[in-house]
Design a protein around this ligand. Structure first.
Ligand SMILES: [Zn+2]
Ligand SMILES: [Zn+2]
Length: 427
């Protein structure tokens, strides 16, 4: 039996790749509009990077991270998320000394050994941004606005922002104490992992997938977070900024993010069609991560969006595929006899140099089957080169969309085709 792709991974072909490409290009383009520059980090990192940032007691580290020892005995991990790598790179390349405030964009695969289910993959893909070096609530506003702007350009309407604040580290210590008191009575019924989490990191009990733990953790419908005056003021500023930017949000929902590095603002962008627990994008502030990874103390905020989930949500909101997908484009050059392949190739190459998508057959197929292929390849124009045409130094040009036909001289050919094709080949 031929080999197959691993469970939880997927191949992308045909129209699917085009749809992905649209999301990737849109995210990149809009991020640049907001002043975010792309950065690319490796897919593998020292596992300790994620232990120190994401947190040892999180599900991501305990159950989901792909972790292995290389031949030299190093503890390696496939990156389960993007933020830790971006901050590591920010410090490694001294951007805190040269740039100070840096706005970075990333895009690529992430890896988690989750049980594969709808919209969850072992290799999944995210784009995201990190704004490192500011505590200003306006940066939170910018990041949330940017996140929604990209989704809107991708065709996702009706997304809802859940907004909350987890407070500073001091607040989190107080909140943890209050949460322990609240959960104390149910403690004996918590699973083995949550027993350990109860002392070490009680917030992680809130994301346990065990139904009993979930019931105990969420029994009281009160936010687990208490805020000091400064954090409450920061949260107010974020909300005020969002209102000024005409971004609507819901700050009544109680939720947590399953990573340890978050402080103050956290948010999730939710869309229908993904199941009750799930968000298309999420992010927040992480004001201590830079310092915890060996840098100076500086504020930072970012978000990540899952490309698979964005596409699922767009599909759900719009039953049919993007209208662009099936539009005819490019030119197919058909030759009447195989002896004209060389002549034809010369024209095809000239078109390509002009940025026009041009294809032809090199196997000596009949004219009839070349025309069939042109239709199948969804070309807008077919150029036919025959013996008689070559003698007259002219080419027949058929428009498959309009059904029209004309004869064009060799000299005018490239200009004429470029003019007639409304769209260039997608790069
Ligand atoms: Zn605080
Ligand atoms: Zn549990």
């Amino acid at each position: 039996m031929p080999l197959q792709a691993l469970r939880g991974t997927t191949d992308l072909l045909g129209e699917e790749v085009k749809r992905w490409s649209v999301v990737e290009h849109t995210a990149h383009r809009i991020a640049q509009v907001y002043g975010y520059q792309e950065l690319r980090t490796p897919l593998i990192e020292d596992a300790s990077l994620f232990l120190r940032s994401v947190g040892e007691t999180t599900d991501i580290i305990q159950k989901e991270m792909f972790r292995f020892e290389d031949r030299g005995g190093h503890d390696i991990a496939l990156r389960p998320e993007g933020t830790a790598s971006v901050v590591r790179a920010y410090l490694e390349h001294n951007l805190h000394k040269t740039d100070g405030f840096a706005k970075l964009f990333y895009l690529g695969p992430m890896f988690r050994a989750e049980r594969p289910q709808a919209g969850r993959f072992r290799q999944f893909h995210q784009y995201g941004v990190e704004a490192i070096g500011s505590e200003s609530p306006w940066v939170d506003v910018e990041v949330i606005t940017l996140c929604l702007h990209i989704l809107r350009e991708c065709g996702l309407t009706g997304a809802v922002v859940w907004l909350s604040s987890m407070g500073c580290r001091n607040d989190q210590q107080r909140s943890a104490q209050l949460l322990r008191e609240r959960l104390m009575k149910g403690k004996p019924k918590l699973c083995k992992e949550c027993q350990a989490r109860f002392e070490k990191n009680v917030f992680r009990v809130l994301d346990c997938k065990n139904p009993t733990c979930h019931e105990i953790a969420w029994r009281s419908k009160v936010s687990p977070f208490v805020l000091c005056e400064a954090c409450a003021a920061h949260f107010d500023e974020v909300r005020r900024g969002l209102r000024e930017a005409s971004v609507s949000f819901d700050d009544t929902k109680i939720f947590t993010r399953g990573l340890d590095y978050y402080t103050r603002t956290v948010f999730e962008v939710r869309a229908t069609g993904l199941g009750a627990q799930d968000a298309v994008a999420a992010g927040g502030r992480y004001d201590h991560l830079v310092e915890e990874l060996g840098g100076p103390s500086m504020g930072a905020v970012g978000f990540a969006a899952g490309i698979e989930r964005v596409l699922m949500a767009v599909d759900h909101g719009r039953a049919e595929a993007a209208p662009m997908a099936n539009r005819r484009r490019g030119v197919y050059l058909a030759v009447a006899t195989p002896s004209l392949i060389g002549e034809g190739f010369r024209f095809v190459q000239q078109l390509r140099e002009h940025g026009v998508c041009a294809v032809m057959d090199y196997d000596g197929k009949s004219l009839k089957s070349q025309l069939r292929e042109a239709d199948k390849a969804n070309c807008q124009l077919v150029a036919i080169l025959g013996e008689a045409e070559v003698k007259q130094r002219a080419i027949t040009l058929k428009d498959l969309e309009q059904g029209s036909q004309e004869t064009v001289s060799f000299d005018a050919f490239v200009d004429e085709v470029s003019r007639e094709l409304k769209t260039l080949c997608q790069r």
